[in-house]
Design a protein around this ligand. Structure first.
Ligand SMILES: *[C@@H]1O[C@H](CO)[C@@H](O)[C@H](O)[C@H]1NC(C)=O
Length: 235
């Protein structure tokens, strides 16, 4: 049991007891992390690899992945057998559609403290303009902050594809300045560089990461996520 004395309005010292009730409440409220994206979030193994990083850091019991999906389509076998398979990855979905038609309700049904997203590949494949994709990113950040003013955000530079890669490069080139322009202390945006060093041999079918690609994504996203988690937990 911990005691601290607080000076009350009357100037008298009051004894405040931090009892078991508060401890229980803190344990019940896990930090909620939403992996948001398309098939590169849904049918891939990097989510499990990032969970391993959380587990190795001793943080797994204090966090959860959230989202409407609870699946492991690639039958990934990370070291942590009971890794949390919740996510908000939707094969084929466009950033533009998630921003305009989906995210508001989703953040109501599965609220989050941290959102990490990679989006834009399908927009690029469907010929959407870079400026429209960036506008969708801005809409998503607005919706995230409307749902939670302290939302912590990780945006990924999009992995390369074996076709239309010029458009992916054009999108990635815009992300740093875009993120800086919307950054804030209360709701920071950090960039996970999932593009640099990612070669076409890290793709299993021209679009989706192979095991080595998953490892690269996890190595870029994980440390940023752990940074947010440690800070939120005061560690
Ligand atoms: C946003 O601000 C944080 C500090 O609050 C910083 O660590 C981060 O790099 C900034 N993000 C960008 C994209 O500049």
């Amino acid at each position: 049991m911990r005691f601290s004395s607080i000076l009350s309005a009357t100037g008298l010292a009051r004894l405040v007891v931090a009892g078991p009730v508060q401890v229980v409440e803190r344990q019940a409220q896990k930090l909620r992390i939403m992996p948001l994206g398309d098939s590169i979030t849904e049918i891939t193994c990097w989510r499990g690899m990032v969970w391993d990083q959380l587990a190795r850091a001793g943080l797994a019991s204090q966090v959860q992945y959230v989202g409407s999906q609870n699946s492991n389509p690639q039958d990934c076998r990370p070291s942590t057998a009971d890794w949390d398979q919740h996510h908000e990855g939707h094969s084929g979905w466009l950033a533009i559609d998630i921003a305009n038609n989906y995210l508001t309700n989703r953040l109501k049904t599965t609220p989050a403290d941290i959102v990490m997203f990679m989006l834009g590949t399908n927009d690029v494949f469907r010929g959407r303009r870079t400026s429209d994709i960036i506008a969708a990113y801005s809409t998503m950040v607005s919706l995230m902050r409307a749902a939670n003013p302290k939302m912590k955000i990780i945006v990924d530079l999009v992995i390369p594809a074996s076709f239309n890669n010029n458009a992916i490069q054009a999108l990635n080139a815009r992300i740093p300045e875009w993120a800086r322009s919307l950054n804030s202390t209360e709701s920071p945006i950090v960039i996970a560089d999932c593009y640099t060093d990612f070669s076409t041999s890290d793709l299993r079918n021209g679009v989706h990461p192979s095991l080595s690609g998953d490892r690269l994504i996890a190595s870029r996203v994980g440390p940023l996520l752990l940074g947010y988690v440690r800070k939120a937990l005061g560690q």
